[in-house]
Structure formats: structure tokens, C-alpha cells
Design a protein. Structure first.
Length: 488
């Protein structure tokens, strides 16, 4: 499909879903939550509770709206006029968003006299939509639509039950902190309640880390813990913090970096574009890794190689390590969930952890924040501070990173014994200052100018938070500098 724009297609589909729900159930509230099962999970709150047949009725009404090819028009509306439109003003989330912003006016969209606010662009008519699915799921619904890389079909059905459970846990954390949307976060900032919020959020991370460490300690056969997750999830800080919690349980962790098991640069496999593929599992000497792991678990002394990224070869420095009697090995890397990585180690001796930044904070009930958005901003900030790479450089390689994640990480996430959400509900208020500066350096002539402006607009939702409130062991410090565990 030429010129297919997934973001605009999805936003238009969402508007049609909300309009169809309003037509059938005027008192119902639609809440768009997060990505799940190759689609978007949301809820429709009504009394009595939503039923499967109600979801089907909404789907049928959506199809009617699409067949009618109804025009959708943008409207620039003064903030003072919003109260005239009940479908927007009656929502507490929108009132908060407006109250704690500096907006004079905002762009809303209109369809048959129904108005709603959306962060992204919109198609000009309902008739442009020809593919979607809406199905009941776990008390709510899954909304599916074609992805950018495959615009002619709806993604194949999946059911990520473990991921759904951790999203629910993260939403419960948001309830504890009384923050579910940007307006609520900005309210905390302006009321000088942010320091306490940060302490509670960080304490929840510590509590979860402690729980995972306790679970590992209960399993006497476990001698190897693997940590995997997509780019900018905070794997390094998480692994080091987990090591401390394991020590509290009387274990002696030995942390091994998978980077040291890269094969020689000349032998690296090539990707579909003919470039060396460092993210393929074939880029690792898994045979040597498994031999070293088995030897360590059998009480032998082992010399771990050191990979020289300048020469592209492994080196041996003579440094040898041995696993203590009550020792446990921790390895961190993108392939940690793939059974092929540690194929010679029995499953009963392994504990796999998936870590990702599973954003549950939303702009408002109808505008979610994609999980990859926060990771992208984390990466922009860290690359600028640690490598001197500008936002343009990070944006240039981001799609390649995402393709690698789809291939090497996400297919294995349900293999995890535990999932850790590294997102901090306050972090975008801290990242804003750092990311803003880098994104503003992208010039109008750049192919990434439009994306940089979109991200700047997104960051403008957030009030700034002083980074001094962030503790040195926080996962966020891995990206903004000053981390106890992650040195630039």
C-alpha cells in the first residue's frame, strides 16, 4: 500500500472505535492502554460491564462508519471553548491535561459533530480504512490493524499472557502512585509532590528486584540467570542491582558479559543489507560460552575472553575466575531468552528474566505512549552523553535496532521466568531537558526533522523534573549519567 502511514491509520481507527462506542453506549468510557498481542489493548467501562456481544456490536458499528465514508476534519479550538463539548470536557483526564499545560488552543478532530483530541495526525475520511479487527480480551478488547512493514494484512494472532500480567502489575503501580496520565504527573510536579513520587517509584523497583532475587534463591538447582531485553531497557543497571539483591540472599554472583563472546569481526554474519550483523546469535561463539558455563558450574577455573572492539578480536589476558560454592552466574544480552544461547545447560539450572520499558503512563485515556517511544528517547540521551552521537545519528539507526528486536528478542519473551518493567512513571519529565536539546539540533533539511519535531511536541506535554531527585542506583541514571553502576 503506497504511502501507508501506520500512525495516522491507527489514530483514525481509534477515533472510529471511540465514536462507534459513543453511538451505542453514550455513558461508556473508552480507555486505550498499551500494545499487546500484536495489537492495542483497551477497556470500555460501562454499567453493566461490557460483554463479548457488545464488542461485536461496536465492531459492526465501526464498519458502518467506514462504509459511510464520513469526512474527518481538524479544528483549532481555543481552550476556553472546550467546556462546550461534553465528549472532551466531561473527561477528568482531559481536564487535567489542559489545566496543567500552557495551551491557549489545541487541535481536535470532528466527525459527525463528535469531537476528540489526538496527539498524532488523522486521515481525512473514515473510508480510507479497509483492514482492522476488534476482539474481546481479558475484560477489554484488542484492536488490530496493519503494521508499517506489512500494510496488506492484520498481524497473526498471539497471546502474551505473561506480558499482559506484568502490564497489569505496572498499572497497579500507577494506581499506588495516583498517576495514570500526563495531567496527573504534571499535577504532582506543580504541587511539589514529585520527590515523594520518585521515592515511591524507585521503592517499587527495589521491591520487585527483591522478589525476583528471593524466587531465584528458592530454586537450589539454578546456577545461571540470563537477562534479556530490547535496546535501552536498562539491562546493565538491572543486572548489577539484581546481583546485590542476590548477595542479600547469601549468593555470590559472577557477572559475565556476552560482548566478550563475539566471534572475530571478519567472521561476522551479514544482514539483509550486506552489513555485519552484531545482533544475530550467530555473531556469538555459543560453543565457547557453553563450555565456559559448564566448566564454571562444575567448579573449574576458567579464563573468560575479553573482546577488543578496536581490533575486532577476542583477547586472553590471563585473568581466571571460579564460581564460589554458593555462586550463581549472571549473563546479560539480547539473546538471553533464546534457548540456543545456553543449549548445553539444563533448563532446571537456568532462570530467565525479560526486562523492558513497558510504559503504562498515557497522555490521556485516548492517547497512549508507545513503549518504544520512551526507549527511543532514553537512547537519544545516552548516545549523546556517552558516545557523542547526536539525535540524528540515533534516529538513523533506530529502525535497524527495532528490526533486530522483532527478530531476536520479542519472539522469546514468553520464555521468561520473570518479567521486569524498567519504566519509571516520572522519567519523561527528567529526560525532557536532555532530549529537547539534542532534538533541536536536527535541522529542517534532515530526513529526520519531522520525527524530531514530533518528539519535541510530545515532550512538551511534560513539566520538567530536576534530575537531582533521581537516586544514583536508579535505572534512569544509566541514561542521563551519574549512575553508580553504569560509567560512561
Amino acid at each position: 500500500m503506497e504511502n501507508y502511514n501506520e500512525r495516522n491509520y491507527y489514530t483514525t481507527l481509534k477515533f472510529i472505535l471511540i465514536k462507534a462506542t459513543y453511538d451505542l453506549f453514550p455513558e461508556a468510557e473508552v480507555k486505550i492502554h498499551h500494545s499487546l498481542n500484536k495489537g492495542i489493548y483497551g477497556e470500555i467501562l460501562k454499567d453493566p460491564k461490557i460483554r463479548s456481544e457488545d464488542i461485536l456490536a461496536i465492531k459492526n458499528r465501526m464498519n458502518e462508519l467506514i462504509r459511510e465514508d464520513i469526512p474527518i476534519r481538524p479544528v483549532i479550538m481555543p481552550v476556553c471553548d472546550i467546556e462546550k463539548h461534553d465528549c472532551i470536557y466531561n473527561r477528568p483526564d482531559m481536564r487535567r491535561l489542559i489545566e496543567y499545560s500552557d495551551w491557549v488552543d489545541l487541535r481536535v478532530y470532528e466527525m459527525e459533530g463528535f469531537y476528540d483530541y489526538y496527539h498524532n495526525g488523522m486521515l481525512s475520511s473514515t473510508g480510507y480504512l479497509n483492514l482492522f479487527d476488534l476482539s474481546p480480551y481479558n475484560g477489554g478488547f484488542i484492536l488490530k490493524y496493519p503494521f508499517q512493514n506489512d500494510p496488506y494484512r492484520i498481524p497473526v494472532e498471539t497471546d502474551h499472557k505473561k506480558l499482559a500480567k506484568i502490564f497489569h502489575e505496572s498499572e497497579e503501580w500507577g494506581q499506588i502512585m495516583e498517576v495514570s496520565d500526563v495531567g496527573a504527573l504534571n499535577e504532582k510536579i506543580l504541587n511539589n509532590e514529585i520527590a515523594e513520587l520518585i521515592m515511591v517509584n524507585e521503592a517499587l523497583h527495589h521491591k520487585k528486584l527483591s522478589f525476583i532475587a528471593d524466587e531465584i534463591a528458592k530454586k537450589e538447582n539454578v546456577k545461571l540467570v540470563t537477562v534479556a531485553g530490547p535496546s535501552s531497557s536498562g539491562k546493565t543497571t538491572f543486572t548489577q542491582r539484581l546481583a546485590i539483591h542476590l548477595r542479600v540472599n547469601g549468593l555470590k554472583p559472577l557477572v559475565i558479559s556476552l560482548d566478550n563472546y563475539y566471534i572475530g569481526r571478519a567472521l561476522l554474519p551479514l544482514d539483509e543489507n550486506g552489513k555485519k550483523d552484531f545482533e544475530s546469535i550467530k555473531a556469538l561463539d555459543t560453543k565457547l560460552l557453553n563450555k565456559n558455563l559448564k566448566d564454571l558450574m562444575n567448579g573449574k577455573e576458567v579464563e573468560i575472553p575479553k573482546y577488543n572492539f578496536f581490533s575486532g578480536e577476542r583477547e586472553y589476558t590471563g585473568k581466571r575466575v571460579k564460581l564460589a560454592k554458593n555462586g550463581i552466574i549472571l549473563i546479560e544480552g539480547i539473546h538471553g531468552l533464546n534457548e540456543e544461547l545456553t543449549r548445553d545447560i539444563p533448563k532446571q539450572n537456568k532462570y530467565k528474566i525479560y526486562i523492558s520499558c513497558l510504559t503504562t503512563l498515557n497522555v490521556d485515556d485516548h492517547n497512549r505512549i508507545p513503549t518504544s517511544e520512551v526507549r527511543k528517547l532514553r537512547r537519544i540521551v545516552r548516545d549523546s552523553l556517552s558516545r557523542g552521537t547526536g539525535a540524528e545519528g540515533t534516529l538513523n539507526m533506530w529502525e535497524s535496532v527495532r528490526r533486530g528486536e522483532e527478530k531476536n528478542i520479542f519472539p522469546f519473551q514468553e520464555e521468561a521466568d520473570a518479567i521486569f518493567d524498567s519504566n519509571l512513571i516520572y522519567e519523561l519529565g527528567v529526560l525532557k531537558k536532555y532530549a529537547h536539546g539534542e532534538l533541536k539540533k536536527v535541522k529542517p533539511g534532515s530526513i529526520f526533522y519531522e520525527e524530531s519535531q514530533r518528539l519535541i511536541k510530545f515532550l512538551n506535554y511534560f513539566r520538567e523534573i530536576n534530575h537531582d531527585f533521581v537516586p544514583d542506583d536508579s535505572i534512569l541514571k544509566e541514561f542521563i549519567g551519574g549512575s553508580y553502576f553504569y560509567k560512561y
